[in-house]
Ligand binder design. Structure first.
Ligand code: M6R
Length: 317
């Protein structure tokens, strides 16, 4: 496939649920590293949106189980249309890996809990590596690649440090346990992460949660903000911090309680709660910034006495 990368004039990333959120990050990174116009689509829509894809399109399908029916149907359609298909799957020998032209395994080990947290981490890493690999195959040498690889190697240590802070998350969960609604905001890669954070809160804690692109707040969702509404933000891109801070100020003015996850130097006093995570390359930051959101959902679920691993109404493929 190495020589084929030069022939692609478009890339599609397709999946469902959590895997789709990984696609949003992966597509953003691929486009920025390679300049290949890149699109994302939820698998259940792909078939019905008449995608304009052909033999010059690379289609990436992401699935932990490798069996999700909508993702399989999208893969088959892409193949019919002559696209080159790449599966990113966790389960060895799964249907998706048998039908795609190429497969990259995430090797996250068997998935027991529904929430797909470790699958998400590994999907993000594989999609980042794929983006860098394609970029290099196209002849782009980037000084940052070595630093990104070093950053990936230091992830286990960073993740362990975040996980160690158990008491802090238990404490947040104890006062957030009666939460009825939560709004998540972020920009660019942080937007994919807030979508995943909101999904986790819905799935395992049964709290209504919505995620918005921070810049879209003023175009409607801000009408929902009133006294004591919780707004959770992620800010990991130094070029976007100022913009997002100004969005958060707008919700503070309307009485919202704010929780911020960041790896930037911000004025902590402006917000109710700030969770600091280690600073890394922008492309690596989604792998770390999602963890506080997963922990929040986990501890709120535990605090409410729910079964974190087996949320109601959800089944694994
Ligand atoms: O096995 P898949 O990755 O294809 O599953 C896709 C979604 O059903 C899955 O990610 C779902 O959103 C999980 N429940 C995540 O919590």
């Amino acid at each position: 496939i190495h020589d084929k990368f030069k022939t692609f004039n478009k890339a599609y990333f397709v999946a469902c649920g959590t895997a789709y959120h990984a696609c949003l990050s992966g597509a953003n990174i691929l486009e920025r590293l390679t300049g290949i116009p890149t699109f994302t689509q939820v698998a259940s829509e792909f078939r019905y949106c008449d995608p304009i894809v052909d033999e010059k399109t690379m289609c990436v399908f992401v699935s932990q189980s490798g069996e999700t029916a909508d993702t399989m149907a999208a893969l088959r359609l892409a193949k019919e249309k002559g696209c080159t298909t790449i599966a990113v799957a966790n389960v060895l020998g799964s249907s998706i890996s048998r039908e795609a032209d190429h497969t990259i395994y995430t090797c996250a080990g068997p998935e027991i809990a529904v929430a797909s947290t470790k699958a998400y981490t590994t999907q993000l890493i594989v999609l980042l590596l794929l983006g860098m690999y394609i970029s290099q195959a196209l002849g782009n040498e980037n000084e940052d690649y070595k630093r990104i690889i070093e950053g990936i190697a230091s992830l286990p240590q960073h993740i362990e440090n975040i996980l160690k802070d158990e008491k802090t998350f238990e404490h947040y969960a104890s006062y957030l346990k009666d939460l009825k609604d939560a709004y998540y905001i972020g920009r660019s890669l942080d937007y994919a992460t807030v979508l995943e954070g909101a999904l986790k809160l819905k799935e395992v804690s049964y709290v209504h949660a919505d995620a918005y692109i921070a810049g879209e707040l003023k175009h409607g969702p801000i009408a929902l903000i009133e006294n004591d509404i919780t707004v959770i933000s992620i800010m990991t891109d130094k070029n976007l911090v100022e913009k997002t801070v100004s969005n958060i100020q707008e919700v503070i003015t309307r009485g919202a309680k704010t929780l911020v996850v960041t790896n930037q130097n911000i004025d902590d006093k402006m917000f109710d709660t700030v969770i600091h995570i280690p600073e890394t390359n922008t492309f690596i930051s989604p792998i770390l910034s999602v963890i506080p959101l997963q922990l929040l959902a986990y501890y709120i679920s535990k605090e409410k006495g729910l079964d974190v691993d087996k949320p109601r109404n959800l089944a694994k493929s």
